[in-house]
Write a protein that binds this ligand. Structure first.
Ligand SMILES: [Zn+2]
Length: 390
């Protein structure tokens, strides 16, 4: 869209506050500013929102797949495009395709695909998340234990060299298989380091946070828990203010009361943010798929191995925001921030997850009942719901 456009809506949420009867001014893929509708300059084309409100597009830092594609199976630009467009249908405008534990060869292919997707400016692609293989076997979840291993010098140099030009980089590691020194080196190379799939003691977690780890991956799931005399990774993350925590808020991975306790415990500047941990079925009707050679069953909102182990989540970001408002009783503004502003802050991208001056024009048009009307990335409409009755 070359012509500057003023997107008008009853309400516009900029990630910080709600503006009534406002206009979002967009020029050259970026937000210019938010003004009262009565003050829109005449050279801006006016576009009336089809929904009741405009909000920042969602940012999802953990997306294993979507649209029938699992990133591990298709670590290619085409695979990334399919995943990004599948999630745009649910309001996600920036995501990290997430590679779970696999061989070094697949990791290298994923890094190459990330570089190419970044160069090609694939809409919705923000960077890569490597979840494994340097995790704890004791907390492997659905990861294939044969591939789980300590990080060696070769891995570290491949990761440091591969960090360039992929956009954002997030890596989940466990202290059991990665040294604090390696975390320091990864962090220096520009990786956001997250602790996860770990049975570590709180003392180890504190040391790794001091070494540069700044996040934990899916808080509560696949990690040492908070108990009276040993706070575990959960306790360490909640007690360390600047640390950010991803959370799969589908009501299945973590009990609602547990989520409420964590939300009360977590203090600024770190925040709890939503991740979907979505797999290939998102946006499709498939009832089973193969992950690491094993069948995953999709039933009653769950994805599980035959033995019942959870293997990612069967939820999209729009549903998670609705769930947060309706079941977790979160104010809408907080739920929206947890899906957009906080993950953008966690990964250090101030131009995403909010609609302030100079931010990327990634936004959604929503109805009051939190149904999605349309998804816009860099000022371009990428998805629109079918008109009712069509
Ligand atoms: Zn995981």
């Amino acid at each position: 869209m070359t012509q500057p456009t003023a997107f008008c809506a009853d309400q516009i949420f900029d990630g910080n506050s709600m503006h009534e009867q406002a206009a979002l001014l967009v020029r050259d893929e970026q937000v210019v500013e938010i003004l009262p509708q009565s003050s829109v300059p005449s050279h801006f084309r006016q576009w009336q929102s089809t929904g009741d409100m405009i909000v920042p597009g969602f940012v999802d830092l953990q997306v294993n797949g979507g649209g029938g594609v699992l990133f591990n199976d298709e670590p290619t630009v085409a695979g990334i495009e399919t995943i990004c467009s599948a999630h745009a249908r649910f309001g996600t405008t920036a995501l990290l395709p997430t590679l779970i534990t696999d061989s070094a060869n697949v990791r290298d292919r994923a890094l190459a695909a990330g570089r190419d997707a970044s160069a090609a400016k694939v809409a919705g692609y923000l960077g890569l998340h490597l979840e494994g293989p340097h995790l704890s076997v004791a907390r492997k979840g659905a990861h294939v234990s044969d591939f789980i291993r300590p990080m060696d010098a070769e891995d570290l140099s491949a990761l440091v060299a591969g960090r360039d030009q992929i956009g954002c980089g997030l890596i989940t590691v466990a202290p059991e298989n990665v040294s604090a020194e390696q975390v320091r080196a990864l962090s220096k190379a520009g990786w956001n380091v997250s602790l996860g799939h770990s049975n570590c003691k709180a003392a180890d977690a504190f040391a790794y946070f001091a070494a540069g780890a700044s996040m934990v991956t899916h808080l509560f799931n696949a990690m040492s828990q908070l108990t009276n005399r040993e706070p575990g990774l959960v306790g360490a993350a909640l007690a360390t203010d600047p640390v950010y925590c991803g959370l799969i808020a589908d009501g299945i991975h973590v009990d609602i009361a547990t989520m409420k306790v964590a939300l009360r415990a977590k203090r600024d500047p770190g925040q709890i943010f939503f991740v979907t941990d979505a797999m290939s079925p998102t946006g499709t009707d498939v009832t089973e798929f193969i992950l690491g050679g094993r069948t995953i069953y999709r039933r009653d909102g769950r994805l599980t191995l035959a033995d019942g182990t959870l293997a990612g989540a069967d939820i999209d970001m729009m549903s998670m925001v609705r769930h947060a408002v309706n079941v977790l009783d979160l104010p809408l503004e907080i739920a929206l921030r947890m899906a957009s502003t906080y993950p953008a802050d966690a990964i250090g991208v101030p131009t995403k997850g909010r609609l302030g001056d100079g931010c990327d024009a990634d936004f959604l048009m929503l109805n009051k009942d939190l149904s999605l009307q349309s998804t816009w990335i860099a000022g371009q409409r990428r998805y629109e719901t079918e008109p009712q009755g069509a």
